[in-house]
Design a protein around this ligand. Sequence first.
Ligand code: AMP
Ligand code: MG
Length: 467
Amino acid sequence: MSQIDSDAANVVIDRTARYPDAPPSPTEEYRDATAKRASRTSTNSVETTRTALGRTLQLHRFSMTMEVGVSLQRAIELTSQLTLVREDETIPLITASGRTLFEDLRSMVDDPRFDNSAMDGWAVREADCKEVGAILRIVGTSQAGSEEIPTVDAGEACRIMTGAPLPQGADAIVMVEDSTVVGDKVTIDGPARPGFIRWKGENLTHDTVALRAGTVLTPASVSLAATMGHANIRVVRKPNIAVIGVGDELTPPGEHLSESSIYESNTFGLSSLVEKMGGTPMRFDLIKDSMDLLRETLDEAAASCDAILTSGGVSMGEWDMVRRIMEEEGDIRFWKVMIRPGGPPLFGSWRGKPIFGLPGNPVSSHIVFTVLVAPWMSSSMGSEEGTRPRLANRVRVEMEESLKGAPGKLCMRRISIRQEGDKLLGSTRTHQGSGNIHSMVAHNGLSLLPPDSDCQEGDTIDALWLL
Ligand code: AMP
Ligand code: MG
């Protein structure tokens, strides 16, 4: 019989009894037990209750709202109940690509700032150029950046460069290709076009909001922000996301491997994903399967980070410490999602900070991040739907091979997607095991086979094309 002290409550809980070989769902057991509220007792300020199986449950932090075995859609809904705290920081515009705007950005200028030419050529009066072969007197040059611009009167033309101010009196531009210069005269061989004038404020007027709060800045929007005159901008502070690997068998790459250990990989993959989604990954030292170490690390992560990702230890095993500690001392909103791979994730909060307990299998943790954590991160940061960073695009793919689905679960098999003509074709290559991270490297997509459905060769299915 193994007994573990619970720090928080000083209550001794018999783990072996709670998790026999064929354990009941802890949630069902919890629900049954808590349905009979009269049987609750209070010990050392911790509420406990006896389950039907005669076990003692701590109730003080156990979520009353935990759901088990939810659909992916429901899981996404539930994650939206706990969001990141949205704070701002002001940064130089040059570092702002990929960041989320905290506030609306107004233009400090008109764009264009003044009427100017869209072409190198001649600023003229359209009325002077009705006939091909008109000869006009050259009165000077308007260059981009020049301050003194000649006026164009009847019968005159001013040489003009792209972006240079339109001289007073001119109302059309003739392209340089449509002209011949002889001495101080120019012969107009083509049309004079008002359409080659870019009018003041035709793109943007002063004080217009051109970039909305929540926009994730692309290179083009950074350029627009500069056009509007902003050297520094207020963006959403990057969330610090703790990434914690849990497992006795894990050894960081580069260190000596004992017979029974493996190189740890998930914190590397997850940190890269956090970064891709616009967060700052905070990798913690790997922790052994120990409740005390886990509690200490989770406390430290909750105190220093905005959210927590763990990998490993969320299944039903005796050594799945993340699930156990969350169940007893945290607040779980859901556990297990009806997807394959990646079934056992949990979500909730630890000391007030959102926490995702991701599965240990490398493919599973990667996929659960992609379909669950990534959308949560971007909506939680207040990013506008259309501009959000994403890890995949949803597409329709014609499969070249059959795929086996999963009973009751959304099945995300690794597939290779390629374009052929106007179609996207999908195929599978490597072994699909959830421990085989190479399968994620060898493929660039995931099938989205609905629960209980297989796909035959030639079928067109929904899929995620990974970016
Ligand atoms: P667990 O969820 O802890 O039972 O782990 C499931 C499988 O994933 C086991 O084979 C673990 O060795 C493996 N695993 C767990 N965590 C990691 C990690 N951080 N890196 C690589 N493999 C892991
Ligand atoms: Mg483990």
